[in-house]
Design a protein around this ligand. Structure first.
Ligand code: BDR
Ligand code: CA
Length: 312
């Protein structure tokens, strides 16, 4: 199996990403989870990550607490989407395992420096602060990273936090800039793609009908999160963003996109935090990122259900 570190700010959709990875041990080995401030402050994303691992029956996977704020900007959170806990709508088991010792940034650095180069993939599901800080602190990690797959950004659909910026990039655009200019193999799953990963009430019903605690609590959190979709889009369908990252690692053929140059707008008062995608290569800048735009929604949700069904 491919070794991954999940860097995350759970978040209901982050929780689904973690659970999808836990349900896929033949494909993915989660060597650790690092938490970051994002959807809610750090103390809560850290606890949430621990509780999701507990729910998935894998308290043995260590959680390392990462950065409490973005590199430059003040923290902006999203309780309005995820609820005050970040994981409203469910009742998760308390952690039985202690928090990993050491900082999340150091866990990323130490793991990459200790492993064979090209064997660890980093999945970022929140603001990219931890990975960027790791690259700044120890640049030697950059060529050792197999690939970075991130949920964030959006260009064709616009933004979900400002008219131009998606939440994860908006919260820490400087961190995104560090990663996008590092020269690492990069795949981005923007809202242009995740807005097509629509969870339906029927799927939610099937999840709950699994009757397992993962199925029941997963359905609870998904239902809470979907209520926000009803307010926003006026439909009964809502996208689960972050599990698309894991879905892509599991079955890349379900996704399509294009390798192009992407730059982060760091300065504009109107479009700061925007991922500027040069889809038509008009700048002639060398491509630095594979930008996913399409996915097979039915196959993706079938895969999720199959994998979640394996968990306790
Ligand atoms: C992203 O923002 C967060 O609210 C979600 O967890 C996801 O990572 C979507 O824009
Ligand atoms: Ca997230």
């Amino acid at each position: 199996p491919r070794k991954i570190i999940i860097d995350t700010d759970p978040g209901q959709d982050d929780a689904f990403a973690i659970l999808l990875a836990l349900g896929s041990p033949e494909d993915l080995e989660v060597i650790g989870v690092t938490s970051v401030a994002g959807n809610v402050p750090l103390a809560r994303t850290t606890l949430n990550a621990q509780m999701v691992l507990e729910l998935g029956g894998r308290p043995d996977i260590p959680v390392y607490s990462g950065c409490a704020r973005p590199m430059v900007r003040a923290l902006f959170t999203a309780e309005y989407v995820h609820g005050d806990s970040g994981l409203d709508g469910c009742d998760l088991p308390s952690p039985t395992a202690p928090l990993g010792t050491g900082h999340g940034v150091d866990f990323i650095i130490d793991s990459l420096m200790a492993a064979e180069p090209g064997t660890i993939t980093i999945c970022t599901l929140g603001p990219m602060t931890n990975l960027a800080m790791a690259m700044v602190k120890q640049p030697a990690i950059v060529p050792r990273i197999a690939e970075v797959v991130l949920m964030g950004g959006g260009f064709f659909e616009g933004g979900n936090t400002t008219p131009a910026a998606e939440f994860n990039i908006f919260v820490d655009p400087h961190a995104a800039h560090v990663v996008f200019t590092a020269g690492v193999k990069l795949t981005m799953v923007p809202i242009d793609c995740t807005y097509k990963a629509l969870m339906t009430p029927a799927w939610l019903g099937e999840l709950r009908a699994l009757g397992t605690r993962t199925g029941v609590q997963g359905a609870g959190m998904a239902e809470f999160y979907q209520r926000f979709g009803n307010q926003k889009f006026g439909t009964d369908r809502y996208p689960l963003h972050d599990p698309c990252v894991i879905g892509y690692l599991l079955q890349p053929a379900l996704f399509s996109g294009r390798h192009c140059h992407v730059a982060i707008d760091l300065v504009s008062p109107l479009t700061g935090g925007m991922t500027v995608v040069d889809w038509w290569n008009v700048t002639k800048n060398p491509p630095n990122c594979t930008v996913l735009r399409e996915l097979d929604n039915d196959a993706f949700y079938a895969l999720m259900l199959e994998r979640l069904a394996r968990l306790p």
